[in-house]
Design a protein around this ligand. Structure first.
Ligand SMILES: O=C[C@H](O)[C@H](O)[C@H](O)COP(=O)(O)O
Length: 261
């Protein structure tokens, strides 16, 4: 591997490329958001172009939609398509039960709606994202702008009442402005260190007025495709217990950053 390539980019690339093998002709697909998902969109577009694969896509963010349309993919709204066969998306962390933290790119709301509308969700990730317990990555929570300070205080009270150890909550900014999601909401990042009971935390957070959705994906993902910097890729499915390992060719040097958003 050339020394100037980022090993994480190689790992993301090979996971994304392997996951596209699961796409079949005629499928309705959910397209995730983030740098790993962007590699997947490019690999998918290559298969559509080279093999004449016909797929209908729903994007989980404006930037994924722009990338996919630019590559010639057929992108519709979820309201047009309603239900999907498969969603392929990245994650910020995943555990052994394939519970996830998502939303590092602020797309968690649309990602969760699209994944829930899908028969199957495949997560693509570099191996560094696997954790024994979720929570080192700050948990994103999407909140409506109206009264966000009050919502933040309620989130903090909830964390205290649940005896969560890390309790720092920050408003995500872009420059000196609060970030706006595609739905024009804000993101609170919960710095928790570790999450003892992700299912309970997810339910409790979503009961707070002003919270739109949180980045915990519980029992939504079935399969993970884990990429390694040397080109090794593992596929694990928690329903069937399937585990297989193979190798995917690394991207050409000149294309190494082409898939990132
Ligand atoms: O909101 C963004 C998403 O949940 C991403 O899928 C997640 O942050 C992983 O992104 P990346 O593939 O860039 O690490």
């Amino acid at each position: 591997m050339p020394a100037d390539l980022n090993p994480i980019d190689n790992a993301k690339f090979v996971a994304a490329r392997r996951a596209v093998d699961f796409v079949e002709d005629g499928m309705k697909l959910g397209l995730g958001t983030g740098s790993t998902a962007a590699w997947m969109v490019r690999s998918l577009a290559e298969r559509v172009r080279d093999e004449g694969l016909r797929v209908t896509c729903v994007a989980t963010s404006r930037r994924t939609a722009e990338l996919a349309v630019g590559l010639g993919l057929d992108v519709r709204t979820l309201d047009e398509v309603k239900w999907l066969d498969l969603t392929i998306d990245g994650a910020d962390e995943f555990d052994t039960h394939l519970n996830l933290i998502k939303g590092g790119g602020a797309a968690l709301l649309q990602e969760k709606i699209v994944a829930t509308a899908s028969d199957q969700m495949i997560v693509i990730a570099d191996a560094a994202k696997e954790v024994a317990q979720l929570g080192a990555f700050p948990l994103p929570v999407e909140v409506i702008p109206f009264g966000w300070r009050t919502t933040k205080a309620l989130v903090e009270e909830t964390l205290v009442s649940m005896d969560v150890i890390g309790r720092e909550v920050t408003l995500r900014m872009t420059g000196d402005q609060p970030l706006r999601t595609d739905g024009q909401n804000h993101i609170l990042d919960l710095h928790l260190n570790r999450i003892g009971n992700p299912r309970q935390l997810s339910l409790v957070l979503n009961q707070i007025p002003g919270v739109v959705e949180n980045g915990l994906f519980i029992d939504i993902c079935d399969t993970v495709v884990v990429g390694h910097p040397d080109g090794r890729v593992q596929v694990r499915d928690i329903n069937s217990g399937r585990f297989d390992e193979g190798r995917v060719a690394l991207p050409p040097v000149e294309n190494i950053f082409a898939g990132q958003d």
